[in-house]
Design a protein around this ligand. Structure first.
Ligand code: SF4
Length: 208
């Protein structure tokens, strides 16, 4: 079976499709679907080969003709492959300037790439959805399994900068996973202070 870089989670030729760039992530969240079940909605997203290229993605895009929105999501953190993410976004925008492009990210792109990546996403990405998942550093470290003590502050800053740079920005929080408690009100307050939208994602054990 070839690796799956482009997939859908609804009907065969949907308006929203998803792009899977990598298995890698700087987090190891307690609820990460990678550790719990495979595949997501029948799509096996584990990449046997991390050598993903624009051409490989282009060839899998050919299967779809009706999409109006593309989401970088999948099993890992898309900003780990920033250059490829940008190349694919540029390609999609060149084919259809009206296409909507969203990144679902853990918000650590600036740490991962050791620079502020937000200006580089302007005009090629429309929406940024950031996993906030906690109202303080201690909870974040526990839930995310991240090794970088500065990650939580960086994630909050990423949300703020994303808003300030004009991206349609949403911070998300996963609830309902085992007995992990999240202070939803405080997460919402942090999000509103940053000027972003807030979304609660109910944990679903078979993916999302
Ligand atoms: S940020 Fe997302 S991909 Fe990374 S470990 Fe957490 S749930 Fe998994």
């Amino acid at each position: 079976m070839p690796d799956t870089y482009v997939y859908s989670i609804t009907q065969d030729n949907p308006e929203t499709i998803y792009i899977n760039l990598t298995n890698k992530c700087t987090n190891n969240c307690v609820f990460c679907i990678r550790n719990l079940s495979n595949p997501i909605k029948g799509k096996d997203l584990w990449l046997e080969n991390e050598n993903v290229t624009l051409d490989k993605i282009k060839s899998q895009l050919e299967k779809y003709s009706n999409y109006k929105e593309v989401v970088f999501c999948g099993y890992g953190e898309p900003t780990i492959k920033l250059d490829l993410l940008k190349d694919v976004s540029k390609y999609l925008k060149s084919k259809n300037a009206g296409i909507k492009i969203r990144i679902n990210t853990n918000g650590q792109g600036n740490i991962i790439n050791n620079k502020n990546i937000i200006p580089e996403l302007k005009n090629i990405v429309d929406e940024i959805s950031v996993s906030l998942n906690a109202s303080n550093n201690e909870d974040y470290m526990q839930i995310s399994g991240c090794k970088n003590e500065n990650a939580y502050d960086s994630v909050k800053d990423f949300i703020k900068q994303s808003v300030e740079n004009g991206f349609n920005t949403t911070a998300t929080v996963v609830t309902g996973y085992k007995n992990y408690k999240v202070d939803i009100k405080e997460c919402e307050k942090i999000t509103k202070q940053a000027g972003a939208k807030f979304r609660i994602r109910e944990w679903l054990d078979k993916g999302y």
